[in-house]
Design a protein around this ligand. Structure first.
Ligand SMILES: C[S@@+](CC[C@H](N)C(=O)[O-])C[C@H]1O[C@@H](n2cnc3c(N)ncnc32)[C@H](O)[C@@H]1O
Length: 215
């Protein structure tokens, strides 16, 4: 008698896609509380006029206005997003503003074809991507040495801060496909960065990590 086939583990890629297809219509409202964190994270990129920046997992495009304000019309923004319903809203944003220097790519961060040597990369609340080495390697290959990288997102706060951790658990179950790595979500990114600084925000329930791509 042959053993019954084991169910294969859920593919994080597919799980994240399903999660955001369901969530796309309410996403912008849900994120409103986190806008000050978005601003702080983008500030850490120290963008200048004319810079090029990759917005990894750009979602509905909530970061695009701030990025565009920083790099100006002579800069370039490349957004990568795998969920069509999220990306459609980012495309609307680009159309409304009539920006000509924003390229949006519908793809997983692992497989996106990025032909650039960008000056910066943003990972704003992209836990699933930060835990995928292949995605990080693909983005790193599209950055020039010395490019600035900033990432933020949920993390476990200290064990004593259990009310905060209840918040982290609830938010994570709603927004990431695996809790793996929530104690140090930036740990895989750290290998490719010099001068990594990690700042705790919201009592430690959110991290803001930044550094520059190693030569
Ligand atoms: C919490 S949302 C953040 C969106 C945006 N960065 C923001 O700050 O509003 C996470 C986004 O990452 C996207 N995502 C998850 N895994 C991905 C992957 N492997 N490749 C590309 N996008 C991915 C999801 O579809 C979702 O839009």
């Amino acid at each position: 008698m042959t053993a019954p086939a084991r169910p294969s583990p859920p593919n994080p890629h597919v799980a994240a896609l399903a999660q955001y297809r369901r969530r796309a219509s309410v996403y912008n409202t849900e994120l409103a509380l986190f806008e000050p964190i978005r601003r702080a994270t983008i500030e850490r990129l120290a963008l200048r006029r004319g810079d090029s920046v990759v917005d990894v997992g750009c979602g509905t495009g909530l970061s695009l206005p701030l990025l565009h304000r920083a790099v100006g019309a002579t800069g370039r923004i490349i957004g990568i997003e795998q969920c069509p319903e999220m990306l459609a809203q980012a495309r609307d944003c680009v159309r409304r503003h009539r920006w000509r220097n924003v390229t949006l790519i519908q793809s997983s961060a692992e497989d996106a074809s990025l032909e650039c040597h960008a000056d910066a990369a943003l990972f704003h609340f992209t836990h699933d991507i930060l835990r995928e080495s292949r995605a990080l390697a693909n983005v790193a290959a599209a950055l020039r040495p010395g490019a600035r990288v900033a990432a933020c997102g949920l993390q476990w706060a200290s064990v004593w801060a259990w009310p905060l951790n209840l918040f982290v658990l609830g938010a994570a179950l709603h927004s990431v496909s695996s809790l793996e790595g929530l104690n140090r979500p930036w740990s895989l990114l750290a290998a490719s960065l010099e001068g990594l600084t990690v700042e705790p925000l919201l009592g430690g329930a959110v991290f803001l990590a930044h550094g520059v791509r190693r030569a």
